[in-house]
Design a protein around this ligand. Structure first.
Ligand code: SF4
Ligand code: SF4
Length: 205
């Protein structure tokens, strides 16, 4: 009989303890938010998706070299005389651009958001943004292209450089040919002079 009442007491006291905790929580301030309608303020210096301001990128490759997972790929082409990079040929700090950045990709499927690429950039044009919602269905869609040149424009810049190099090589070959010709002419003239002197000497003796 005593055990019977003891069990009833245990059940009621357990329910009371549980209910008291529930009632206490009902009056506490909510710690959850209705995301995405409600958003928490991001902390200062948060690390999210990177952005590259191509207006200021000089294609120096420092960021790619610093990346521990090699997720930055940069292709550049030298600027030929008479051509300029972008609209002005300089960065916003007035630094001259000597390279066309024909491709600048960051694979965010590999990026570990270490931020090591940001610090070596001499023009501070690669930086973390506050964008963290960019999930995709396919991994390939996480490879972002930042170059402001289309693939066709990139090919055109490569062709311009190839044509310029070919022209330079041709000029060098022509100059070498002319120099060789001149040298041969000079030698022939010298030989002629020596022969004449020898025949004059023979006549005199
Ligand atoms: S944040 Fe780190 S992993 Fe991501 S691109 Fe920069 S260096 Fe590479
Ligand atoms: S370090 Fe900066 S300037 Fe150099 S390639 Fe990277 S983003 Fe461009």
């Amino acid at each position: 009989m005593k055990a019977y009442f003891n069990n009833i007491y245990q059940s009621l006291s357990t329910i009371m303890v549980g209910m008291s905790i529930t009632i206490k929580q009902m009056f506490r301030k909510s710690v959850t938010i209705q995301y995405p309608e409600q958003r928490l303020q991001l902390p200062e210096r948060e690390r999210n998706r990177l952005f590259v301001n191509m207006e200021d990128c000089i294609g120096c490759d420092q960021c790619a070299k610093a990346c521990p997972v090699s997720c930055i790929d940069i292709d550049t082409v030298k600027v030929v005389p008479g051509d300029i990079v972008g609209k002005t040929g300089t960065t916003s700090q007035g630094k001259k651009k000597a390279l066309h950045v024909t491709s600048f990709t960051i694979d965010f499927a590999k990026c570990c958001f270490c931020q090591l690429c940001v610090f070596p950039c001499p023009t501070e044009c690669i930086y973390m943004t506050d964008v963290f919602e960019y999930s995709t269905y396919a991994r390939k869609d996480l490879k972002y292209q930042f170059s402001d040149l289309t693939p066709e424009q990139g090919e055109q810049k490569k062709k311009m450089l190839a044509d310029f190099n070919a022209e330079q090589d041709k000029k060098k070959a022509q100059a070498a040919e002319e120099a060789a010709k001149k040298a041969a002419e000079t030698k022939a003239a010298e030989n002629k002079g020596e022969t004449k002197t020898e025949s004059d000497n023979t006549k005199e003796s």
